[in-house]
Design a protein around this ligand. Sequence first.
Ligand SMILES: Cc1cc2nc3c(=O)[nH]c(=O)nc-3n(C[C@H](O)[C@H](O)[C@H](O)COP(=O)(O)OP(=O)(O)OC[C@H]3O[C@@H](n4cnc5c(N)ncnc54)[C@H](O)[C@@H]3O)c2cc1C
Ligand SMILES: *[C@@H]1O[C@H](CO)[C@@H](O)[C@H](O)[C@H]1NC(C)=O
Ligand SMILES: *[C@@H]1O[C@H](CO)[C@@H](O)[C@H](O)[C@H]1NC(C)=O
Ligand SMILES: *[C@@H]1O[C@H](CO)[C@@H](O)[C@H](O)[C@H]1NC(C)=O
Length: 420
Amino acid sequence: MSPPVVLIIGCGIAGPVLGNFFKRKGYHPIVFEKVPELGDAGASLMLMSNGLKVLNLVGLADALKTESTPLQEFWDASQSGKVLGRSDLPSTFNDRYYQPAVGVRRTTVSIKLKQMLLDMDVDVREGWELIDIQENEDSVTAFFDGGRSVTGSFLVGCDGIKAVSRRILLRNQGISEGPPTYTGLTQTAGISETPEALRQTSAMRNWYGDGVHVISYPVGPNHTSWAVTQRETKEKEETWRPYRPDEIPEQRQQLSSLLKGWDPAILQMVNSSERIIKFGLFDREELKPEQWYSRRCVLVGDAAHPTSPHLGQGANQAMEDCFHLSHSMPFLVPGSGQYEENLQILGKNLSQEIFRPFAEKRQPRTSLLVKGARTQGDKRVASGVEACRQRDSDIATAYTDPAAMLARFDSLLPEPFQTL
Ligand SMILES: Cc1cc2nc3c(=O)[nH]c(=O)nc-3n(C[C@H](O)[C@H](O)[C@H](O)COP(=O)(O)OP(=O)(O)OC[C@H]3O[C@@H](n4cnc5c(N)ncnc54)[C@H](O)[C@@H]3O)c2cc1C
Ligand SMILES: *[C@@H]1O[C@H](CO)[C@@H](O)[C@H](O)[C@H]1NC(C)=O
Ligand SMILES: *[C@@H]1O[C@H](CO)[C@@H](O)[C@H](O)[C@H]1NC(C)=O
Ligand SMILES: *[C@@H]1O[C@H](CO)[C@@H](O)[C@H](O)[C@H]1NC(C)=O
C-alpha cells in the first residue's frame, strides 16, 4: 500500500521542516511553493535554542552554526552608544538549553532547507500557488494556479502571514478576515561587513533613540545584519521593498540623516551594506484553537500565528509547531504490527484526534508571544523625551536583575523538548 500523501503548502521555514519529519515517519509529503524558484529571501533570522533544537533533528543545526558565530552577549545602549546594560547570558544558552542562539542569513536557511528536501527525495514543487481547497471525509484536494490540483490524505498550511490556507479555513467557518494588521512600525534592513568596533564580541545589540530603534547581530564571522525600526504611517507603503542598486545611495543618505549623531558603527554599516530592504511590520488578531484546523487541514507557523519580529520568535515558534504536530502523528511503517491501527488515526476523526490537541497545546503559548512582540516593539520605539527617558531607565534596571532575565529565557528556550 502506498503511504498517505501529505499536502504541505509553503516552503518557508515550517513547510520544509515538516516535509522532513513526515518523510521520516513513513508518509509521502509533497511541498508546494508559490515562488517559481526558492533562494534569495529577505534579511536574516535569529535562531534561538528552541528553534535550533528542531533544526538539529532535521540535521541542519551544525551547518548553520558553522556559517555564523553563536551569540555571546546582549548589549543595549542609547543612540550614541552609551551602554545601558550588557549580559553574557547568551554564552550560557548552549549549556542550559543544549543549543546556542545564532544569527543567520535567511537566504542561507532557505537554500539549505530546500537542498535537505531534495537530498531525501521529497517532492518539492516550486511555482505552485494554492488557490482553493476542497475537503472530503477522509481526503482533501488542493487547487493551484494553472488549473492544477492534487489530492492527499490531509493538508498542512505553512503559507505564512498571508496564508491562503488560513483564508479558506476561516471562510468555511463563515469568517471573512481582512489583510494583516499594520503595527505602525517599519524596518529598514541590510547586511554589512562587521565594523571594527563590533568585532570583539558576538552580540545582539540594541540602540535606542527618540522614535527610532536599531538592532544588529552577526550572521557570519565577518558580517552583521542590522535593522532600523521607525514609527510610520502607511501612506508610503508602495516604497516598502528591496531597493534597486540605483536607489541605494539615496536610501543611505536618508538613513544617515535620520541617524545623525548615532553610534558611528551604525552609520558605517548603513554606509556599506550590500543591499537595503524596507518592509512594514504586521501581525494578526489571534485565532481560537478551533480555528487552526478543519476536518482535513491544519495551520502551522505564521499561517496560524503571524507575529511582529521584536521577540525574534516567529521562525522559532514555527519550528516548535512542527515538532509538536509531527510528534503527535503516528509512525507508518509498513509490515509493522501497528500499521493498520496507525492508519486508522488518519481516518475520519483526524481533526479531533490530532489537530485539536495540537492547536490547544500551541495556541496559548504563541498568542502570548505575538502580544509580547507587539508590546516590545511599541516600547522600543518610544517617542518624546520623557517616554524615552523612562524606557532607557527601564532597560538599565532590567539588566540589574539577571535572575529575572534568566527566568524569561527559562520559560522560552527549553522547549519543545528537554533534551539534546
Ligand atoms: C523583519 C522580520 C524579522 C524576523 N526575524 C525573526 C527572527 O530573528 N527570528 C525568528 O524566529 N523569526 C523572525 N521573523 C519571523 C519569521 O520570519 C517567520 O515567523 C517565519 O518565517 C514563519 O515561517 P513559516 O514557515 O510559517 O512562514 P514563511 O517563512 O513566511 O513561509 C511561507 C511560505 O509559503 C509560501 N506561500 C505563500 N502563499 C502561498 C500559496 N498560496 N501557495 C503556495 N505557497 C505559498 C511563501 O512564498 C513562503 O515561502 C522575522 C520576521 C520579519 C518580518
Ligand atoms: C573573514 O575575514 C577574514 C580576515 O579578513 C578572512 O580570512 C576570512 O576568510 C573571512 N571569512 C569569510 C567567511 O568570509
Ligand atoms: C560613507 O561613505 C562615504 C563615501 O563612500 C564617505 O565619504 C563617508 O565618510 C562615509 N560615512 C561614514 C559615516 O562612514
Ligand atoms: C474522535 O476523537 C475524539 C478525541 O480522541 C474522541 O473523544 C471521540 O470519541 C472520537 N469520535 C469518534 C466518532 O470516534
